[in-house]
Design a protein. Structure first.
Length: 290
């Protein structure tokens, strides 16, 4: 799961909580150093990897809450003695969350959110809405854009929407290394947006919904509008169309969305820090009590 600053603020505001953090790891472990979770008296937020390791940490954290303990540590071997077969070892710190620690956590997540790769979805139709849902829990900032207010009203709550009569402006204003998924109701608009996104030359991913035939039509359209044969060929080569890998002959919006989400991650990972280690590195950037 992706931990958002607003969710941490909400959790710490309504719960007495213990911050459980993976300080050191040895060998094979379910999460990286820096991974953390919050444990309240009746609920938890985040994960340090699940399994018996997490059950042990939650149990210890709730003992601390009952006893009003401020700090503790756990050294947990991940072997048969706890019913976990990772084979490594994890050293955990546990700390009561006060106002200062809560603020530090929110600052940390603010830094992380600033650096999330941006994904712009053009078109709030069935596939666009399904893709926005598929991306919502991933370490990405997802924005869905349409000029149709009625379609945007159908987007699930909590997903960032932009009503825009000139969607190409959103491409111009996007930060470097963004991803663009073009799913509008108009092939002509699709072509204009695809060209504009490709001409940036800094996008991690440019995908356009359609068939191999649509790709061929777009290639011919680019020849007319870009002019230089080599230049247009290079741009078209960077376009993903059809989207989703084409491995499944299933056109249900949710299936297409799942395939495209995986495709975006494959294009982004390794070029931007979106892996689970991002949480740990963001943690290390923030000073103070934690």
């Amino acid at each position: 799961m992706v931990m958002r600053r607003s969710e941490i603020a909400e959790f710490t505001a309504k719960n007495r909580a213990i911050l459980v953090r993976t300080e050191k790891i040895y060998g094979s472990t379910p999460r990286e150093a820096g991974a953390f979770m919050l444990v309240g008296e009746k609920e938890e937020f985040g994960t340090i990897g699940g399994g018996q390791l997490e059950y042990i940490a939650i149990d210890k954290a709730r003992q601390m809450l009952r006893n009003d303990s401020k700090k503790s540590e756990l050294d947990v071997p991940l072997g048969s003695e706890i019913g976990q077969c990772c084979g490594g070892k994890v050293f955990l710190s546990l700390q009561m969350v006060d106002d200062e620690i809560a603020a530090e956590l929110q600052n940390m997540m603010k830094e992380q959110e600033k650096n999330l790769p941006h994904v712009y979805i053009f078109g709030a139709g069935h596939v666009g809405r399904a893709l926005a849902v598929a991306l919502k829990e991933l370490p990405l900032r997802t924005i869905i854009i349409d000029e149709r207010e009625k379609e945007l009203a159908l987007v699930r709550e909590g997903i960032e929407c932009r009503l825009s009569a000139l969607p190409e402006v959103e491409i111009n204003g996007a930060p470097p290394n963004s991803s663009f998924v073009i799913l509008t109701h108009d092939h002509g608009l699709d072509f204009l947006l695809a060209r504009q996104a490709l001409e940036r030359k800094d996008a991690y991913y440019v995908g356009m919904i359609g068939s191999k035939t649509k790709r061929a039509v777009f290639s011919n359209w680019m020849k007319k509008h870009v002019g230089q044969h080599g230049a247009q060929q290079s741009l078209v080569k960077s376009l993903i169309c059809p989207i989703g890998g084409g491995k499944l002959n299933d056109k249900r919006p949710q299936i297409i969305a799942a395939m495209v989400a995986a495709e975006i991650l494959m294009h982004t990972d390794g070029r931007h820090e979106i892996t689970s280690g991002q949480q740990g590195s963001a943690y290390a950037q923030v000073g103070g009590k934690i």
